[in-house]
Design a protein around this ligand. Structure first.
Ligand code: GDP
Ligand code: IMO
Ligand code: MG
Length: 427
């Protein structure tokens, strides 16, 4: 399996870091590549009881012998990049195997400022962004006024580009948002300060990865954010600003779709969401609080509480479709121990009409209420189980039911945060 994609099938925080780490340590992965998003991501990896969180860096940075790659589709804050590298190095991680695309766009401090003022301006309609400058940086990329990594190595070009990028923004900041205009020279100095440290890491990552695949090496593309946060296929406008679906891997890495062999969707045994936007199975009762508490549902990047709800098979089917999933990795099954019945959403009621598939319009999705099937629960602590057959019969039946409803085989089940807390599902 030379090219594998691991991506989120819900609204993020499904356990992509754990799935990536698991594959990287068991399947001899040569490269782990991020292709979209930036340091808005927070991926947790637990190794021998020690907890690590990666944000901008691919989780493969933690795997000895694996090269971590930041692809052209990622938005890179040099400040966040070196902060994260230094923090990992201080914990003894070898961070020398990192390559950054020359074409990745750069997040400068003004992007973060604009992210924050825009959210403030939106008031109750705010997206609930991570405030990392992600949206404004992608907006600049599409508007063709972005700064790319390679621009940091030519002061003249950098100055001209920053000037061009701030031209209209400074008018906006001063006249609409009532903020001080940003000084071009200060931004150029801020970015140039990272140039020397960045230069040796930079390469043509599309060439690098395609050559690796030609040699028969294994490349894992580690998704960030998730299907329902994708700018095209998610719950727009309550989404991130990049393509988190499988298609985004091709544009974000410079590899063609014919090279991808396997697309794994990581999905929780229930659902969570951070930030604003519709969420049909969201719970506002003691069950929601119990999921939040047992699941430890607090954001890794922002420390915000995650909204919690039951598993949504409509979303699972949708994610399978828009990503062409080959299989699912079901995480956090252990969290569901101790419910008499576990409701699972099998369809939506939209203004009195049953929908087995995702409603076509956002208005439809906003009106969707879940149609539940109530599956039998189990009481046993399953975090010590290491074989599917060791799970209580009702837990096995829950996994099989989800598989059937989602229309995609489940190859693995997570029963705890640790690397070893995983079961493979027989087929
Ligand atoms: P990511 O952004 O998709 O990588 O996911 P996060 O790291 O933000 O959130 C997933 C959380 O669930 C982390 O705290 C993981 O350590 C934890 N986790 C992953 N898989 C499992 C599992 O099977 N069971 C339990 N209890 N926790 C898990
Ligand atoms: P991982 O990779 C969960 C959400 C934010 C907000 C919306 C837009 O850890 O799964 P942004 O800052 O990207 O413009 O915010 O997207 N969001 C995430 N939610 N997990 C993430 O990443 C997220 N990255 C962004 O909360 O609702
Ligand atoms: Mg996360």
């Amino acid at each position: 399996m030379p090219a594998i994609v691991v991506l989120g099938a819900q609204w993020g925080d499904e356990g992509k870091g754990k799935a990536t780490d698991l594959l990287a340590t068991t399947d001899q992965i040569d490269y782990v590549v991020r292709t979209s998003g930036g340091h808005n991501a927070g991926h947790t990896i637990v190794v021998d009881g020690e907890k690590f969180a990666t944000h901008l860096l691919p989780s493969g940075i933690l795997t000895p012998g694996c090269t971590a790659v930041i692809g052209n589709g990622v938005v890179v804050s040099p400040e966040a990049l070196f902060r994260e590298l230094d923090a990992l190095a201080a914990r003894g991680v070898d961070v020398t195997r990192l390559v950054v695309s020359a074409n990745a766009h750069v997040i400068a401090s003004y992007h973060q400022t604009i992210d924050k003022v825009t959210e403030r301006f939106l008031g109750k309609n705010k997206v609930g962004t991570t405030g990392r400058g992600i949206g404004p940086t992608y907006a600049d990329k599409v508007a063709r006024v972005g700064i790319r990594v390679a621009d940091l190595f030519d002061e003249k070009i950098l100055h001209a580009k920053v000037e061009g990028s701030l031209d209209v923004k400074n008018q906006l900041l001063a006249k609409v948002y009532n903020r001080r205009a940003v000084d071009v020279d200060a931004v150029v100095d801020e970015l140039l300060a990272y140039a020397d440290r960045l230069r040796p890491l930079v390469a043509d990552t599309s060439l690098l990865l395609n050559q690796a695949l030609d040699r028969g090496q294994t490349v894992l593309f580690e998704g960030a954010q998730a299907t329902m946060l994708d700018v095209d296929h998610g719950t727009y406008p309550f989404v991130t600003s990049s393509n988190a679906v499988a298609g985004g891997v091709c544009t974000g890495a410079g590899v063609g779709p014919t090279r991808i062999d396997r697309v794994i969707g990581v999905i929780k045994a229930y659902t969570t969401r951070v930030g604003s936007g519709p969420f049909p199975t969201e719970l506002f009762d003691s069950d929601g609080e119990k999921l939040w508490k047992i699941g430890g549902e607090v954001g890794v990047s922002t420390g915000r509480d995650r909204r919690c709800g039951w598993y949504d098979a409509v979303i699972a089917r949708y994610a399978s479709r828009v990503n062409g999933l080959t299989d699912l990795f079901l995480t956090k099954l252990d969290v569901l121990s101790s419910w008499e019945k576990v409701p699972v959403c099998v369809a939506y009621d939209v203004d009195g009409v049953r929908h087995d598939e995702m409603p076509m319009t956002q208005t439809g999705f906003h009106h969707a209420t879940p149609v539940y099937e109530h599956l039998d629960g189990w009481w046993e602590d399953i975090s010590g189980c290491r074989a599917f057959e060791a799970l209580p019969a009702n837990a096995q039946a829950y996994v099989r039911a989800l598989e059937e409803m989602s229309g995609t085989p489940i190859w693995g089940v997570g029963v705890g945060p640790g690397r070893e807390q995983i079961l493979s599902v027989p087929h």
